[in-house]
Design a protein around this ligand. Sequence first.
Ligand code: KG4
Ligand code: ZN
Length: 328
Amino acid sequence: MTYILGIESSCDETAASVTLNGRTVLSDVVYSQVDIHKKYGGVVPEIASRNHILCVTQVIEEAIEKADIKKEDLSAVCATVRPGLIGALLVGLSAAKGFAYAIGKPLVPVNHLHGHIAANYIANPDLKPPFICLVASGGHSHVVEVTDYNEFSVLGATMDDAAGEAFDKVARVLGLGYPGGPLVSRCAEGGKASIPFPRPVQGLDFSFSGVKTAVINYVHRLEQLGEPIVKEDIAASFEEAIVDVLTSVTIEAAKQKGMKKIALAGGVAANKCLRASLLEAAKANGMEMYMPPLSLCTDNGAMISCAGYYAYQSGMRAPLSQNAIASL
Ligand code: KG4
Ligand code: ZN
């Protein structure tokens, strides 16, 4: 019986979870700061750090209480150490260090993106590496070959903006609010994807900054001409461009590697069109598609606990001097 505590604080969610043997979630507590950052139109790093401090202890205690275990039952304490907002990461990591030290259990470092990938293990008990995983979040977009539980190789990536970042920026241009992904997606539901925004792909790498600029230019041009701006059509066309690019590079990566299993991860994995598009493309190519439920797509503690379980099993440990690292 391996009970693992996972702590996540890399952006604007303070989260903690206890899993059993990696894939059984006993508790998953997420405190989202989204309402606090909404009025600024994006995450304000210093405000995020301060709010993590206010609730991290309570979130951890609640996760242990809900799991109905004693602190001493834990085998290890895992925390996101990278990538993310440095101040935010430091809060969760420091709490994890203090907690691990107090109960005399090892501290295990977790890469946030490995956590996103691991969300697929929770949702699909029989999923095993190797597989191709598209990781699309607010700060990162990568096509990853998951060769083993702790072995990853990046096959393709965005050359500039992450997918979530593009959604958030377009939401701002259209005056939809924050976080942009779900709002653009909802707006797109009533629109026609009639505007041909660019879809730049080079090998397995891709770019989203041009799509974003194309949306901005399109809106400005209509404003100058005094013509009506149909937000729904813009949102639908933008969403389709992003989804087309992400679908094509993921399928291409799987083909190149002769892989028949594809998974999806990260906040953008919550996007309905992306889920449908990948599912259809995978089916058409005789591939199996795995994706976490929406609650496990955006940041949570269960994914960190699950990734931490596999890191713990492989002997990975962090010293109490472990620093947080902003970069990937
Ligand atoms: O993984 P995540 O929760 O945090 C990071 O690690 O960055 O991802 C957050 C990102 C945000 O950019 C948000 O706009 C995007 O995921 N997102 C979505 C959807 N839900 C969240 N993007 C598109 N469609 C969605 N339904
Ligand atoms: Zn994330």
